[in-house]
Design a protein around this ligand. Sequence first.
Ligand code: ATP
Length: 240
Amino acid sequence: MSTPLLDVTDLVVGYGDHQPVLHGISFALDEGELLGLVGMNGAGKTTLMRALSGGLKPRSGAVVFRGERMNGASTAACVRKGIVILPEGHRVLRPLTVEENLQISAMRLSRRAVRRRIADVQDLVYELFPILAERRTQLAGLLSGGEQQMLSLARAIIQRPRLLLLDEPSLGLAPVVVEKIYASLKSLRAEGMSMLVVEQNSDRLAKAAERMIVLRDGRIAASGSTSSLRGAELNAAYFG
Ligand code: ATP
């Protein structure tokens, strides 16, 4: 069996002195896979994403990415290694233009990598989201909600992740924009990007993910192929 891209073992994560939020999470994500992560509000999905992308140091357990132990790595170190998070909500720099937003995100890469990659990746981003090319000199704060979400995703993509963590990419968006976002994820997978995607809207996610994990009260309540988890079983896993 080949080594997974991401291997998470017995991960325990919490905030400050509080009881842990995640009580020993284990799963693997294969190269090229889009793995879905679902669960009710407060189940711990965002906490898991933070722990995987350097925002929160696990109390115990292991996060191994491409064979390398990542526990406690900073967000910047995670980005350099290829793990990039698209957090919940639109994260754009409102007083700056679309192009400046992309350039600032690209600066998180090393200077040499930036020079080599930014032009290529910028082309890819504008190909995926032609509206951003049209609006490249417009202030990000003046974009619609859907366009801001596309720009947020573009800012993550420009960092050339191997593993993209997406926290509710379709939250609050019109169905037509949701479809655009998912179409772009499909194109990015064809470019070799792997993904872990959190959604409240498990139906939309199920169409894109081969496998899903259901998180309940900080534990994995169910996991498996999307077809095996659909319907009643998914509901049971959600609600206990
Ligand atoms: P949602 O779908 O509402 O975003 P979620 O599954 O992503 O939910 P988390 O945001 O990971 O859940 O929250 C899990 C638990 O961790 C909740 O009980 C929440 O109150 C707690 N929590 C989240 N952030 C913090 C924080 N900064 N400090 C303390 N507790 C927190």
